[in-house]
Write a protein that binds this ligand. Structure first.
Ligand code: CP
Length: 320
């Protein structure tokens, strides 16, 4: 296990990365999330597990789903939530991450949920934070997005029950995707039968096969017979050079249309972490169609984030 993520008693302390975690812990997170799933149907949509705790959302990059579902998750656990506006903070005046951390620590907060555009920045902060504070990675650069991967695993389990027989295709901008990296680790740890990555050669990182995936450059070959399709957004903001002729041409070859979907298993589900680019990586008829579980993923994000936050602050304990 990745020791920085566990405290001296072997309990989850920080949630930074899927890599290095084991199957038992991932299943525990899914099971605890299950227990939180129906809380939004209750008259009082709250449990008191984090009453008296303060959670700070520190988002150095834009976010819709992740930031709001972390906030909702913290509030449903009865924590107090501070949404820190980075644009109005002293980091825009040159304050270092460590100085910012020391100042927030001085306010006796209990958890920082951090998104940062630099891979490794969140682990760096976890290594330097005061011992009483937990850090959750809400996505760092091209490195990891572990709660996204867990909500994706949760959605797959809701729809497919057993991981073992599944063939999963991850399609699109693998090169720049922290979601792809975290999902590849999670799927392999949970023991799916096959993980495929499907993309043009320019969007596949060299050596990706060593992560236990099969590489396809042809969409229909890559989708043939799969049970789960995970579409990814083209991250043009991270592309340093022209890796593709045009979004229009990308859609012709790699866009998920109803025609392309026909080659997958008839019960295949379609996933996307969002934000979706309609007509670039996915056709609206598929994104809004009966196989799409995209909004189910968003809803599951609250339960998964409640589980990870409650576990990391010791409100629900898990022992290796
Ligand atoms: N999936 C995801 O991380 O979406 P946001 O960028 O909106 O948080």
């Amino acid at each position: 296990m990745n020791s920085i993520q566990l405290n001296n008693q072997g309990h989850l302390k920080h949630f930074l990365d899927i890599e290095g975690l084991n199957r038992k812990l991932l299943i525990e997170i899914l099971d605890i999330a299950d227990s939180f799933l129906n809380i939004d149907t209750k008259a009082v949509k709250k449990v008191p597990l984090l009453r008296g705790k303060t959670v700070v959302n520190l988002f150095f990059e834009p976010s819709t789903r992740t930031r709001t579902t972390f906030e909702l998750a913290a509030k449903r656990l009865s924590a107090d939530v501070l949404n820190f506006n980075i644009n109005n903070s002293s980091s825009s005046k040159g304050e270092t991450l460590i100085d910012m951390l020391r100042n927030l620590e001085a306010m006796h907060c209990d958890m920082f949920v951090i998104r940062h555009n630099a891979g490794g920045a969140v682990t760096f902060m976890a290594k330097h934070v005061a011992p009483n504070i937990s850090i959750i990675n809400a996505g760092d650069g091209q490195h990891a997005h572990p709660t996204q991967a867990m909500l994706d695993m949760f959605t797959i389990r809701q729809n497919k029950k057993d991981f073992a027989p599944l063939s999963v295709a991850i399609v699109g901008d693998i090169l720049h995707s922290r979601v792809a990296r975290s999902n590849i680790h999670a799927l392999n740890i949970l023991g799916v039968s096959e993980v495929r990555v499907v993309a043009p050669k320019t969007l596949i990182p060299t050596g990706i096969e060593t992560f236990g995936v099969k590489v396809f450059n042809d969409l229909k070959k890559g989708l043939a017979g799969v049970d789960v399709i995970m579409m990814l957004r083209l991250q043009r903001e991270r592309m340093k050079s022209a890796l593709l002729p045009s979004p229009y041409e990308y859609f012709q070859y790699y866009g998920l249309t109803e025609s392309a979907l026909k080659v997958a298993h008839p019960d295949a589900i379609v996933m996307h972490p969002g934000p979706i680019n309609r007509g670039v990586e996915i056709d609206s008829r598929v994104a809004d169609g009966p196989r799409s579980v995209i909004l189910q993923q968003v809803n599951n994000g609250v339960a998964i984030r409640m589980a990870v936050m409650a576990m990391s602050l010791g409100a629900i304990q898990w022992t290796q």
